[in-house]
Design a protein around this ligand. Structure first.
Ligand SMILES: Cc1cc2nc3c(=O)[nH]c(=O)nc-3n(C[C@H](O)[C@H](O)[C@H](O)COP(=O)(O)OP(=O)(O)OC[C@H]3O[C@@H](n4cnc5c(N)ncnc54)[C@H](O)[C@@H]3O)c2cc1C
Length: 623
């Protein structure tokens, strides 16, 4: 017998969700087994070799602040870094990194191997062992029965996965890897609802066959930042991406393949990610646009393989090749792998609690693409939360839930379990009501103490976070106490068309002027000396500037967020009977009964539940 004892937590699947779930549960002291179909593909990036981006970068920072691994692994393996949206306010600044695909997966595997309490097993889980409404382990394709106190399902795009390239169709979880069977059928038998979604990916090509002189270079940031708040190395060299455009000839060639396209001839019926459309979808929906941007992105430091961002397609391979070779710079492109679409099963996430435990089966958790999301960051953050909560539950500790005003992760999970999703869900800044609070620069302030309190974030992380905010505060105080003289700053102000100072003024008031930056003040000798004496680093300077320049917005948003916290604290009794609330609309009663929100705030976010319905609920609860 291979398995001699029971595990605390079994994680099914070693993608982004599964890897974070494994790390979190194990680091919280749970004896954890990761069962995955292929140990070689732990932490595999199925699509784009990139982490972060708008709103997603904030999520990676949050994972890191809590003590997860995704940020550290990205820092160790990135080949290019860009802070997106720098021309907008800091709520929109979003870190994005291009990673070395092979090293990213290798680093995940090695990081998990170095984590205490983690065991590995390569096999396909075919079913769950369920006894008395509670999950007690898994059964695998090789006939193993492995018992555990909790199970986290993170099957990604593998459940009954079906790959499409033109008229060709074959089973698979992603190209080159088999699909997984059994779990959907069993869960449906147990009363779960299941659905079908689809996603797609572009071709990969040989960089040696591309003519970069016909493309525009897109280099990384001059002073690249990073994802982790811990002591990971900064990038010292970077690889560039390249930009080119499709044209009408390319579109005509693609159109020629439409009648053989599984997207258009009815073969694919499920819904794909609205914001990552395929190239055929783009030219079909935006027929008036005469070109679309294409990025050639290197897949790593040494490999010659390039990812063709913007050209996701499931058209027949001959059509893909012909159209691709009509794009400037791609005339001689050699294709390593064609683009494809994949359909897979998911479970509508309204069947989950805030902890990502299923409502139907105790101690069974679901995280990642299986919950109807798309994206590595969305998956990883759910994995982290499911791993944490599985470990906490079996240790009989309080659940760990993040509110919407505390983290994008809180927004993500609340959206999923309250509203559900009918198309692959990805995060946007617009989904967060309090995005001025949920910035990438302050995820540590928001979350590291929480991560530390549950035992996940290290003492060293907490110390770094405390020091950062103490130093920022010191500098804010300095600017509050010291004045700047007109002679010191007026030349700079006039150069930028501002109105000069007539008399000395407290620095804190002058920094807030739109034409000035904190860097203008750090040039003054006495400020530079103060910064040096107090060892204030770049990150702390950035923090100081944000706190000073956006103080008014942050304060207002915090007041609104505090109001939400009050509603969030109004817990709804779990045994509440909505059917007797006659003055509530029937729709609201039905939806509340189905979703069974945990708090009044969550109830108010369910579509179809009006403020009047909430009043009825409050009256019923005696408020
Ligand atoms: C073709 C394609 C295109 C994509 N395009 C995009 C895109 O454009 N934008 C975007 O944001 N995201 C895209 N994604 C999605 C992105 O890859 C996923 O969101 C992310 O990888 C999900 O992470 P996950 O951990 O949930 O699952 P996955 O990364 O899919 O990992 C699932 C893991 O579970 C294992 N597994 C599955 N079933 C079993 C079983 N029964 N037993 C044991 N192990 C099992 C698998 O081997 C795998 O290791 C795409 C994915 C694919 C496949």
């Amino acid at each position: 017998m291979i398995f001699q004892s029971e595990y605390d937590v079994i994680v099914v699947g070693g993608g982004h969700a599964g890897a974070e779930a494994t790390a979190a549960a194990a680091n919280l002291g749970a004896k954890t087994l990761l069962v995955t179909m292929n140990l070689q593909s732990i932490g595999q990036m199925s699509c784009n070799p990139a982490m972060g981006g708008i709103a997603k970068g904030q999520i990676v920072r949050e994972i890191d602040a809590l003590g997860g691994y995704s940020g550290i692994i990205t820092d160790k393996t990135m080949i290019q870094f860009k802070m997106l949206n720098l021309s907008k306010g800091p709520a929109m600044w979003s870190p994005r990194a291009q990673s070395d695909r092979m090293r990213f997966a290798e680093e995940w595997r090695l990081s998990l191997e170095r984590t205490e309490n983690v065991d590995f097993f390569q096999d396909m889980v075919k079913s769950l062992i369920v006894e008395g409404g509670k999950v007690c382990g898994v059964r695998t394709a090789m006939g193993m029965e492995i018992r555990s106190k909790a199970v986290v399902l993170t099957n990604g795009t593998f459940l009954n996965g079906l790959i499409h390239i033109g008229e060709k169709q074959f089973g698979g979880g992603r190209m080159g890897e088999g699909a997984a069977f059994g779990i959907t059928e069993q869960l449906v038998d147990l009363g779960f609802q299941a659905g079908r979604m689809k996603t797609g990916t572009p071709p990969r090509v040989d960089g040696r066959s591309l003519d970069f002189s016909k493309m525009m270079e897109q280099a990384g940031d001059e002073n690249p930042s990073k994802f982790s708040y811990s002591n990971t190395p900064k990038l010292t060299k970077q690889r560039s991406c390249w930009i080119t455009y499709t044209n009408q000839d390319v579109h005509d060639m693609l159109r020629e393949g439409f009648d053989r396209s599984p997207m258009f001839n009815g073969t694919i019926k499920s819904t794909g990610p609205r914001y990552c459309p395929s190239i055929e979808d783009k030219i079909n929906r935006f027929a008036d646009k005469d070109r679309h941007q294409i990025f050639a992105e290197p897949e790593g430091w040494d490999t010659v393989e390039y990812y063709i961002n913007g050209f996701s397609t499931s058209l027949p391979d001959d059509v893909q090749a012909k159209a691709l070779r009509t794009i400037p710079g791609f005339e001689k492109a050699k294709i390593f792998r064609p683009g494809y679409a994949i359909e897979y099963d998911y479970f509508p996430p309204t069947q989950l609690k805030h902890t990502l435990e299923t409502k139907l089966i105790d101690n069974l958790y679901c995280a990642g693409q299986i919950n109807g999301t798309t994206g590595y960051e969305e998956a990883a953050s759910q994995g982290l939360m499911a791993g944490i909560n599985a470990a906490l539950k079996i240790q009989e500790k309080d659940p760990f839930i993040l509110n919407r005003n505390e983290a994008y992760i809180g927004v993500l999970i609340d959206d999923l379990i309250t509203k559900g999703t009918e198309e692959p869900y990805r995060m946007f800044t617009s989904r967060a009501e309090y995005r001025i609070l949920l910035r990438q620069d302050n995820a540590d302030e928001r979350l590291t103490r929480k991560g530390y309190d549950i035992g996940l974030a290290s003492e060293e992380r907490l110390r770094r976070m405390d020091e950062k905010f103490k130093n920022a505060e010191k500098l804010v105080n300095y600017f509050e106490e010291h004045s700047v003289k007109p002679a010191e700053i007026n030349e700079m102000i006039e150069e930028r068309d501002g109105s000069p100072l007539a008399q000395p003024n407290k620095m804190i008031n002058v920094i807030t002027r739109p034409e000035l930056k904190l860097a203008d003040f750090t040039k003054l000798n006495r400020v530079a000396n103060f910064i040096e004496e107090n060892n204030i680093n770049e990150e702390e300077l950035e923090q100081t500037e944000i706190q000073i320049k956006y103080k008014g917005y942050i304060k207002k948003e915090q007041q609104n967020a505090d109001k939400l916290t009050r509603l969030e604290n109004l817990k709804i009794p779990t045994n509440i009977d909505y059917s007797i609330m006659g003055s509530m609309s029937i729709e609201a009663r039905q939806k509340l009964d189905k979703i069974r929100p945990a708090t009044v705030a969550q109830a108010s976010r369910i579509s179809g539940v009006s403020p009047a319905d909430i009043s009825v609920l409050l009256i019923h609860m005696g408020r």
